[in-house]
Structure formats: C-alpha cells, structure tokens
Design a protein around this ligand. Sequence first.
Ligand code: UD2
Length: 316
Amino acid sequence: MRYLVTGGAGFIGSNTVDELVRRGHSVVVLDDLSAGKEENLTEVRSKITFIKGSITELEIVQKAMLQADYVIHLAARASVPRSVKDPIETNRINVDGTLNVLVAARDNKVKRVVFAASSSVYGETPTLPKSEDMRPLPISPYGVSKYVGELYSQTFGRCYGLENVCLRYFNIFGPRQDPDSPYSGVLSRFATAFLESTQPVVFGDGEQTRDFTYVDNAVQANILACEAPSASGGTFNIGTGRSISLNQVLQMLQNIAGKKLAAKYEPPREGDIRDSLADIRRARETLGYEPTVMFEEGLQRTFAWYLAQSAKKVAN
Ligand code: UD2
C-alpha cells in the first residue's frame, strides 16, 4: 500500500514512517521542516519519497497525494500556548492546511484519511475519563483548530464519501520529540533538564495531570486506523487510560536520572487544561488498539534516547 504521511519528518510522523517502511509499505512524506527534521528520516531516507512543502499550498499537497491509498495527516502547528500567542497562524496551518489535505484526498480518491486530533478538544469538561461522546469544549485556539479538523474530516465523509478517522491523541511523548522550543512538550523539556542539570520549569503547582502516551502506541493507532474495517467516520481517544501529575513525573525522573533537581514553579499557562485522562474503550473495540508501552517504561526509553543523543553530540 502507498501511504502519504504529512508531517512525516516530525516526531510522531517519523516514528510512523519507520514502522510503515518496516512493514514493507511505500511511503511519501510531505513536510515543510518547520518543526520536523530530515535527520529523523535518516534510517529510511533511501526507501521513501520526501517532498519538502507545506500543507498550506494545495498544489504541493495534490502532487504529494498522487496514487496514495492512505493518508496519515499529522502536519500541524502543535502547542496550546503558541496558539494563544498567534491564533491566526495556528488556524492557517491546522484548519486551512487540513482542508487542503482533505480536498486533495477527495480528488485523488484515496481510501481513507486519518487525522491527528487532540485531547485538547475536551477543554474543561469536568468529567474524567474523557469519552468520545462528551461534547467538546475547547479552551484554546489550538483545541478549536483540532476540533474543526475533525468536523471537516467527518463532513468530507458525508459530502464526498471520503473515508476518515479522527484520533484524539493524549499527550504523546518519546524519542525525537524536539526539546528545543519553548513550546515543546513537557516531557522533552523535563528529560533534557535532567540531562543538563538545569531547573525544570513547572507552570502551575505541578498537580495537573495528563495521560502521557508513549509514541509507539500512537504509531500503532495510526496504522490500525487506516486498516480497521468499520472505523470510518469515527473519533477515537488514543491514550493509555492512566494519568499522572507533573510532580509525580519529576519524582520518577529523579529516580531514572539518579539526581535530584528542584523545580522552578511559575504561574499556570493560559489555555491549559487541569486534568486529562482518556477512556480508550472505543479504540480498543473498534480499532483493536491496545497500549503496549505504559508510562514508566516509556519514560525510561525516552530518557535513554535523549542521553544517547547528547552523547552523540559530544562525540561529534
Ligand atoms: C496539548 C494536548 C495534547 C497535544 C499537545 C500538542 C491536552 C490535555 N493535551 O498538550 O494532546 O495535542 O497539546 O501540543 O490538551 N508544562 C510545564 N513545563 C514546561 C512545559 C509544559 O509545567 O516546560 C506544563 C503545561 O503548562 C501543561 C503540561 O505541562 O500543564 C503539559 O504541557 P504540554 O505542552 O506538554 O502539553 P499539553 O497538555 O498542552
């Protein structure tokens, strides 16, 4: 099968591409390298087609889409605080860009589009765990942009018969998550703070909770979502079904890294959700999804990866 992975040079994208290549599929990556890195694709570079370009340009998306069977649409401007700072840019990439992907998928008659949605669509709905039949109430422009992406995907199913699946990822982390931007995911920031013995910064009191999900689980979900026979039109939470607070994460990292670091507590971020936890029953039942790497093991693997990366840097 031929897969187009938008954002395929990014963190979740490149991990997905590795697995698709391992399974013998043909893969096209469309990535503008605004967040992704070509080095994430080093191991598979000779086996894939890489197109440097943005989903905001319909012509390029159309070109990348040629002969695709499945599209895994991951290209996005991630980050809640970044969307609070610049909602127009988040909308341009996440909403307009997604619309381009859907139009090109429709025109090229692809079998199915899998859209990377987000747990942020739930916003401050009080009930935990979050289940897909709860009404979304996003509290950040990022959450809105991901919700609109879902609505567009499903509407393309209804209007044009385009098969689609929306995956609400819950805080994915793991190797290749970029730690270098102020908007990077918290685990990449914390892990590198422990490596470099700098102070991890906690926004708020650290008692907020997340269903941190190791990237292999998201990769599994992406591929299942393309293949599962009765999944089209569906929205699925992709998490682990367990959550943990930032303070607990810091405690675990102290044990893994074998050092104690005092965190620096700063005011909470605008647009932040307090607690997040996935009900994953629907993904289990319809996609056959089952998280294979739970949090602690994922954190150990992730820390080991950042450690190896920094050793490589020193060696060069
Ligand atoms: C949201 C989504 C997630 C994904 C992601 C993409 C939720 C619950 N999750 O992640 O599914 O779509 O957006 O960007 O909406 N923090 C610190 N110190 C730091 C960095 C962050 O304390 O150095 C805090 C931050 O204030 C938040 C928590 O850590 O309370 C998680 O932040 P994040 O940016 O890693 O992810 P989050 O939850 O915004």
